[in-house]
Design a binder for this molecule. Structure first.
Ligand code: COS
Length: 384
């Protein structure tokens, strides 16, 4: 749903200009220094990019899902680490509070997340619990008006910068599945909370992950999301439904950028006396990529509109994440192929993008988990 085409157009134009004029020229520096320059963070704050998906009464822009994916198509046309910085405040690092938080929790945290004053992060994955998220082992034991958390979270995006963490922990140690899990807001600096060393990743330099460790970490009971035990797994799943749609939109945007770069290269690069873009085998790669990006874009827009209409889009979000992230991988591969030897050296951005986009098929649920979600929902629907 687009609330006001003109206002959205202005936002998308300014984001597109920001990407072209400010972010793309900084891609090499970002990859070299592994950090987003502070002035860019400040510009992002001024553009309101940290609060796009936070309700207006808490200082955000409250984009609808359709508006959000159209934003993602634009911001993703540069190194994914730039988007990642604002990704958690708009997505997994805030939406637990937005969807299921109490009024007091919303009032306390959302305005500061929306302004970019604080960074939010989402701590679900653990060393022994990745795809099987309901098997997580971190515990939260009630002690008076506090909970005491113990456990380790792994690969937590933006954890090194984070000021608050949405943490899923087991409040019923004897309970096995998701119903024994609760979600908490844990602030940086809470006694017993520490961070591991920053992970050395394959790509996405400038976006950071690390372990988050809880050792008898005391958290006020006021920070139990929604004030209710046993619903934290469902909160996490709802957050991921939205996150998966967002990531699918990011895949569309970044695939478009890679294809533009590949097309430009193919039109400039001459072999056998003509630009390689004139060769049909190159054209096939360009055309297949264009068609697949278009298909993913249509899927993402359709699922976003359905979510805005109030539908349960768990299946559609997984379809989008599955198709768009795999599509993005294929486009990256073809773009390297079109660049030939030049695609394998760091002088061209495609070498970096090829590594950066590999993550999309893994995080916020692997391709295989999306397949599982889709098929299980199909079987459930057929039974009903
Ligand atoms: N929205 C709301 N509730 C949901 C839901 C959703 N999208 N998906 C599941 N639930 C509910 C179920 O309805 C069920 O509730 P009841 O116990 O009341 O019936 C409960 O949550 C447990 O669901 P389910 O039985 O499907 O859980 P499973 O343990 O079988 O696993 C998967 C579910 C595999 C889909 C889940 O663990 C998953 O998404 N794993 C991947 C995790 C991930 O994406 N990690 C990425 C890192 S975070 S960036």
């Amino acid at each position: 749903m687009i609330r006001d085409e003109e206002t959205l157009g202005l936002l998308l134009d300014s984001v597109s200009r920001f990407v072209r004029e400010q972010l793309i020229p900084l891609e090499d520096e970002l990859a070299e220094t592994d950090r987003v320059p502070e002035r860019v963070v400040q510009q992002m704050r001024e553009l309101g990019l940290f609060g796009l998906c936070i309700p207006e009464q808490y200082g955000g822009l409250a984009l609808t899902m359709e508006e959000e994916v159209r934003f993602a198509f634009e911001i993703a046309r540069t190194s994914p680490a730039f988007r990642s910085l604002i990704g958690t405040n708009n997505g997994i690092g805030s939406q637990g509070i937005v969807i299921d938080g109490t009024e007091a929790q919303k009032r306390k945290y959302l305005p500061r997340l929306a302004s970019g004053e604080i960074i939010g992060s989402f701590a679900l994955t653990e060393p022994e619990s990745g795809s099987d998220a309901a098997s997580l082992r971190t515990t939260a034991v009630r002690d008076g008006d506090h909970y005491v958390l113990n456990g380790t979270k792994r690969f937590i995006t933006n954890a090194p910068q984070a000021d608050i963490f949405t943490v899923m922990a087991r409040t019923d140690p004897s309970g096995k599945g998701g119903n024994a899990i609760s979600a908490f807001i844990v602030e940086k600096g809470a006694p017993g909370l520490s961070l591991g060393k920053v992970d050395k990743k394959m790509g996405q330099r400038g976006a950071h992950t690390c372990d988050v460790v809880f050792q008898d970490c005391r958290v006020s009971a006021d920070n139990l999301i929604g004030g209710k035990e046993g619903v934290g797994f469902k909160t996490a799943m709802k957050v991921l439904d939205k996150g998966r749609l967002h990531i699918a939109a990011v895949c569309v945007g970044v695939a478009g950028r890679m294809l533009d770069d590949a097309l430009r290269y193919a039109m400039e690069r001459r072999q056998f006396g003509q630009p390689i873009a004139e060769f049909q085998l190159i054209q096939a790669m360009l055309a297949d990529s264009r068609a697949e990006i278009y298909a993913a874009r249509c899927m993402v827009l359709d699922a976003a509109r359905r979510r805005d209409a109030g539908d349960d889009v768990s299946t559609e979000a997984s379809c989008c994440k599955l198709f768009a992230s795999e599509m993005c991988g294929r486009v990256a591969d073809r773009a390297v192929q079109i660049h030939g030897g030049a695609g394998y050296v760091a002088d061209y951005s495609i070498e970096r993008f090829y590594r950066d986009v590999r993550l999309f098929r893994i995080y916020e649920g692997t391709t295989q988990i999306q397949q599982l979600v889709i098929a299980r929902n199909m079987i459930r629907e057929a039974r009903n």
